[in-house]
Design a protein around this ligand. Structure first.
Ligand SMILES: NC(=O)C1=CN([C@@H]2O[C@H](COP(=O)(O)OP(=O)(O)OC[C@H]3O[C@@H](n4cnc5c(N)ncnc54)[C@H](O)[C@@H]3O)[C@@H](O)[C@H]2O)C=CC1
Ligand SMILES: O=C([O-])CC(=O)C(=O)O
Length: 327
């Protein structure tokens, strides 16, 4: 018997990340090949024709489990009864726009979308914010959706996590799949802290395998932090397929679990690790039974404290920058 369809909202549907993401979801990469999915696509009025073209291409793939597509410019239509939301659409920085203006422009968008989620989404909806500044956009969404569980509104650090895994695996000469217990802390920005202190490969500590602390601190951490800019420099456009892949990884693991493995998610802090409550901060988590739990009790050495405080300071500044909008 066919299962009832799940509803997945995706915003920014005409954009470049969605040009990869929507096809992955429709192919069953998120919920599995036996689970019908209805896509509920949101974009701006001026992008509706382009979304229509993407829908034509989705049809042309003849995905057996794509049970329907809704296209709208109204968040309350897009978010009605949804099980999951990928908030990808955001205002890009335009010429002459200061960072503070960008923060505020996005704060307005995520305030409206948080309010709409609060009103019409399923009460256990899982939300992933991808649009930048992702952590602070997730913070605003959460503030504006007070009736939803706070922990269900998350931000994407998974691309940083995957970028770190890949670079570390190449350096150690191992498969990225063999690296366990990697963590990325903080903001999705160049200040994020890729922490390999607990990472292992088949039981051997990864720092011992690499045996080059200077490379880790002076090359790996900044390289992962600036990888988005390097892709923009090379491609003339920001990461899209890898961002979509990370979004699928994040939501897939949250839904299906990680079998005890660690992944990094931007989550509203519960106050642990000295991160003030509510700040959406990248943390190592373990997922099981449709929920995630922050890995507790890890030691924080001096280097880590400095790195974690630096990225926290940026998030506190961003929070202060949007106070006028979310209070
Ligand atoms: N967290 C992460 O790791 C990453 C985040 N990003 C961010 O993801 C976002 C999207 O990236 P792209 O797809 O490359 O951008 P894009 O510019 O190709 O597409 C953005 C889409 O969002 C739409 N949009 C704008 N405002 C909207 C609103 N209020 N409601 C619904 N749709 C709206 C636009 O019309 C456009 O179709 C950007 O903010 C980018 O910086 C990108 C890569 C990684
Ligand atoms: O800066 C951007 O728009 C893209 C981004 O977040 C990344 O690639 O990590």
């Amino acid at each position: 018997m066919t299962k009832p369809a799940v509803r997945v909202a995706v915003t920014g549907a005409a954009g470049q990340i969605c040009y990869s993401l929507l096809f992955r979801i429709a192919n069953g990469d998120l919920y599995g090949k036996d689970q019908p999915v209805i896509l509920q696509l949101l974009d701006l009025p001026q992008a509706q024709a382009a979304v229509g073209g993407v829908v034509m291409e989705l049809e042309d793939c003849a995905f057996p489990n794509l049970a329907g597509v809704v296209v709208t410019d109204d968040p309350k239509v897009a978010f009605r009864d949804i099980d999951a939301a990928f908030l990808v659409g955001a205002r890009p920085r335009s010429k002459g726009m200061e960072r503070a203006d960008l923060l505020l422009a996005n704060a307005e968008i995520f305030k409206v979308q948080g309010g709409a989620l609060n009103e019409v989404a399923k009460r256990d909806v899982k939300v992933l914010v991808v649009g930048n500044p992702a952590n602070t956009n997730a913070y605003i969404t959460r503030k504006c959706a007070p009736d939803l569980p706070a922990s269900n509104i998350t931000a994407m650090l998974r691309l940083d996590h995957n970028r770190a895994l890949s670079q570390l695996a190449a350096k150690a000469g191992v498969s990225s799949a063999d690296i366990e217990k990697m963590a990325v802390w903080g903001n999705h920005s160049p200040t994020m802290y890729a922490d390999y202190r607990f990472a292992t490969v088949k039981g051997t500590p990864l720092p011992d395998l690499i045996n080059d602390e200077a490379w880790y601190r002076d090359v790996l951490i900044p390289k992962v932090g600036k990888r988005g800019a390097a892709v923009i420099e090379a491609r003339g456009l920001s990461s899209a397929a890898s961002a979509a892949n990370a979004a699928i990884d994040h939501m897939h693991d949250w839904i299906h679990g990680t079998n005890g493995g660690w992944v990094s998610m931007g989550v509203p802090s519960d106050g642990s690790y000295g991160i003030p409550e509510e700040i959406v901060y990248g943390m190592p988590v373990v997922c099981a039974n449709g929920a995630y739990e922050v890995v507790a009790g890890l030691p924080v050495d001096d280097f880590s404290r400095t790195m974690m405080d630096k990225t926290l300071k940026e998030l506190l500044d961003e929070r202060d920058g949007v106070k006028a909008i979310v209070g």
